[in-house]
Design a protein around this ligand. Structure first.
Ligand code: CAA
Length: 410
């Protein structure tokens, strides 16, 4: 991989434009692709606004901003754009047929040694790879929103992917000062598998009148110290993206707890995708929420539920289940949530709250709902029963770091 390698980013929506900015800022020549001049214009203005903010804060000079913008060339012809690129990242909306057709074009038009990556958050990378003649060079490269800010990038290998491609990509991402974490292809990967069900649970509590929109968001910001509340975060990510991830997870697990709440599907039907369309759980003007009352008004029902305990308890139980299923190490989950979402490291939070207390919360939720998806993880019970719970978490961290240093593909 040479320093003057060109990078193509196909799709100039929120994520595609953010990824374009990341590479252009790092000095790469970027070919930004979309299917219309209007879509390209939108991408151009996202990058101009984001870098403009850095200039106005004195973090970038106007000359540097211009140099970043000058490194980006805009194309509507995908084959032409990728013909001399060493890395192609597709970031169009979540439609498998569309992505497969783009990958077929790219597979034919790109140089033979180019890496073909997709930023999909909800589709199987394997299904995209299977559509091309050289699936061994197809890989997932999953950035987080806002891409210029969040340092985590999940690198997803399939049963086809060449290890050398993964290693090259990991080195390249480290050079961009990102923190790559390599995982196998499974619904939600690490972060969305933990984050989006948490958002889904918050939506469920909201729709069922457990608390107001503001109360839910405030509880998670003030008590859990998350950078933003789950409903505001759904609006930032896009309700369409949250819905696609939940549907995929539900399809793969058949766990009813993952099923999207009706209000989420209705917001998407109504094109209320969140910040990008100006309305979602909140209504936005100039990128900031206004004082409206949100999509539903329900009398507040008092069910004796503490929002923070409930959402954190479910989320930590899911983190422990992920370790138990041997998908990721404690370290990778901590890094994923801290660097992808700027949330406190979940296993540090577990230590602080204690597995015993979290088990008590989760048992309460399970008793109330009877949903198998809310059953406490065996491993959570083991940690809660340890003589020294903090030491048991440390041992788990060390053991899983060791086991995942040679993580098998699958
Ligand atoms: N583009 C570029 N930069 C942005 C930005 C954007 N859209 N939004 C904010 N920033 C930058 C700001 O310029 C600022 O930079 P400096 O520190 O260099 O000045 C920094 O981010 C902090 O911004 P603000 O001070 O304006 O606001 P904040 O401190 O409240 O942070 C936030 C805003 C970065 C969005 C923060 O609230 C956050 O990290 N929230 C969590 C977001 C999250 O969880 N993202 C992951 C979602 S999951 C996903 O994306 C994957 C998927 O597939 C669904």
């Amino acid at each position: 991989m040479t320093e003057n390698m060109k990078v193509a980013v196909i799709g100039q929506g929120t994520m595609g434009a953010g990824i374009t900015e990341v590479f252009a800022k790092a000095g790469f020549e970027v070919h930004a692709v979309d299917n219309s001049e209007a879509a390209l214009e939108r991408g151009r203005s996202i990058v101009a606004k984001s870098t403009g903010r850095a200039v106005s804060k004195g973090k970038m000079s106007e000359e540097d901003q211009q140099a970043v913008l000058d490194r980006i060339t805009y194309f509507t012809d995908t084959a032409q754009a990728v013909s001399d690129c060493g890395l192609i990242i597709e970031a169009v909306f979540e439609n498998l047929e569309l992505k497969q057709s783009i990958f077929k074009t790219v597979d034919e038009a790109a140089p033979a040694d180019a890496i073909l990556a997709t930023n999909t958050s909800s589709l199987a990378i394997t299904a995209i790879a299977a559509a091309v003649s050289s699936p061994e060079r197809v890989v997932g490269v999953h950035f987080f929103n806002p891409a210029p800010v969040q340092t985590l990038v999940e690198v997803i290998r399939t049963v086809f992917t060449d290890d050398a491609i993964v290693a090259k990509l990991v080195e390249l991402l480290k050079g961009l000062r990102k923190s790559p974490v390599v995982v196998n292809d499974r619904a939600g990967f690490i972060v969305n598998c933990l984050l989006v069900p948490y958002i889904g649970s918050a939506i469920y509590l909201y729709e069922n009148g457990f608390a107001t929109r503001e109360e839910i968001d405030k509880a998670m910001v003030e008590q859990a110290k998350y950078p933003m509340g789950p409903l505001a975060l759904a609006d930032l990510i896009g309700n369409d993206v949250c819905l696609a991830v939940l549907e995929k997870m539900y399809d793969e697990t058949k766990d009813r707890v993952q099923a999207p709440a009706p209000i989420l599907t209705r917001l998407v039907m109504a094109n209320m995708m969140g910040m990008k369309t100006g309305r979602g759980f909140y209504t936005y003007e100039g990128g900031k929420p206004t004082e409206d009352r949100g999509p539903i008004r329900r009398p507040l029902q008092s069910r004796g539920v503490e929002i923070h305990d409930r959402l954190v308890g479910e989320y930590l139980n899911n983190c422990v289940k992920m370790v138990q299923s041997n998908y990721a190490s404690v370290d990778n989950i901590d890094t994923g949530m801290a660097e992808g979402c700027r949330m406190p490291k979940p296993f540090e939070v577990l230590k602080e709250l204690t597995p015993k207390r979290v088990l008590e919360i989760v048992e309460g939720i399970y008793a109330e709902t009877g949903e198998p998806g809310h059953r406490p993880a065996h491993l959570l019970r083991q940690l809660a029963e340890a003589d020294d719970q903090a030491a048991a978490i440390d041992e788990l961290r060390a053991a899983t770091a060791e086991a995942h240093s040679s993580n098998p593909r699958g």
